[in-house]
Design a protein around this ligand. Structure first.
Ligand code: ZN
Length: 378
């Protein structure tokens, strides 16, 4: 009897051990999985932050970065980010062209050195604040700077705000890829703060887009070109193809607005890695037509692979533009970028709160922010 009881006890103990082992064998991997999952997602978010920071740093680095010399027009991560040209969508679709990823990257040899650019005659003459072409909150000493054109007869573009704001940090808000369903909202926001922006548009033939081209011009913003088709594989296939696309958009915008566009932004920037043609040849095409191209040195990140929150979009702009006297901010006017519209008023208010800082539309006098320096200017 006794041995029977002992045997049972032993069997029970063994049973317990087996059960315990099984439970352990299940629990341990599950717990490990949970811990690993948590750590992986933390690392992933860290990587995303680092990638974003890296892109920002590259933007700030400017032309003194020997690794990204002017002219080669290439940067590794631009190559990674850029979509296959064949995947480009039609420009009149609401979804953004794949190029926007490329634009989210930053350029090679930005001509505006952080803190390196000093305005000639800084401080010598205070801006007098007449006939304002879009100001920030930081008005020059004097009168009704933000009240538009007091004389009522001077087009805002010709007010030479650049000269009157000598010594100020100048911020240029630029919107690529429009018109879109958000163009009205963006224009309303800019209007509500009494400032002017720059729109690098593509060719869209629907009625709303046509109205938007006109509204941009009528309200005094700078209308720039961003290619008609926005299809990389077409416009960058040859000099002829680029020229045809350029003329098509230029003619179309002239028909729509009665004005000739003098500004261009290369899809993907002048530092894009897609062009089969030497970008210098395309720069020559623009120069022959007295068209100035602008890249950017500050990115909001609204077209990056990272899904930035509104706060992050705002901070991307604000923290980076502090480094520059001339900050050209890349944003997108695109149907799938509602956060840009949400972030815009906050961005504007934060810029307006900065000392000696003014928001202006791009003009001929704007310091050229170009990733690739034109050969003829070297
Ligand atoms: Zn674009």
């Amino acid at each position: 009897m006794r041995s029977e009881a002992e045997r049972r006890k032993r069997v029970n103990r063994i049973k317990k051990i087996i059960l315990f082992t099984i439970v352990l064998a299940i629990l341990v991997p599950v717990i490990l999985c949970i811990i690993l999952f948590y750590r992986v997602s933390r690392l992933e978010s860290k990587i995303r932050q680092l990638e974003a920071a890296q892109e920002m740093r590259l933007a700030e680095r400017g032309s003194d970065d020997g690794r990204l010399s002017p002219g080669n027009g290439k940067s590794d991560y631009l190559m990674q980010d850029i979509a296959e040209p064949d995947e480009q969508k039609e420009p009149d679709e609401q979804t953004p062209p794949a190029e926007t990823d490329a634009e989210a990257g930053t350029g090679d040899s930005v001509t505006d050195e952080p803190e390196g650019e000093t305005e000639a005659g800084t401080g010598a003459d205070e801006p007098d604040g007449k006939t304002e072409a879009g100001t920030g909150a930081d008005e020059p000493d004097g009168d009704e700077a933000a009240s538009g054109d007091p004389d009522g007869d001077m087009p805002v573009q010709e007010a030479s705000a650049e000269q009157r704001y000598e010594g100020y940090r100048k911020v240029y808000l630029t919107f690529d890829d429009g018109p879109s369903i958000y163009t009205d909202n963006i224009l309303d926001i800019l209007d509500s703060y009494g400032i002017l922006g720059t729109f690098f548009v593509v060719g869209k033939t629907d009625e709303h887009s046509q109205e938007m081209y006109r509204r941009i011009v009528e309200e005094g913003h700078t209308l720039g070109m961003h290619s008609y088709s926005h299809k990389y594989h077409e416009i960058y296939a040859s000099v002829d193809a680029f020229t045809q696309d350029l003329e098509k958009l230029s003619d179309y915008l002239y028909d729509m607005t009665g004005t000739t566009c003098r500004y261009y932004r290369f899809p993907g920037g002048s530092s894009n890695t897609v062009s089969k043609v030497d970008i210098q040849e395309l720069i020559d095409v623009l120069a022959e037509r007295e068209i100035i191209y602008f890249d950017w040195n500050v990115v909001s990140g609204d077209a990056m692979n990272v899904d930035f929150s509104v706060d992050e979009l705002v901070n991307n702009v604000i923290y980076n533009l502090e480094e520059y006297h001339t900050a050209v901010v890349l944003m997108h006017d695109s149907g799938d970028k509602p956060l840009t519209v949400t972030a815009l008023p906050i961005i504007i208010e934060r810029i307006m709160a900065m000392d000696h800082t003014v928001i202006l539309p791009i003009s001929e006098e704007t310091v050229r922010i170009q990733h690739v320096v034109p050969d003829h200017e070297r």
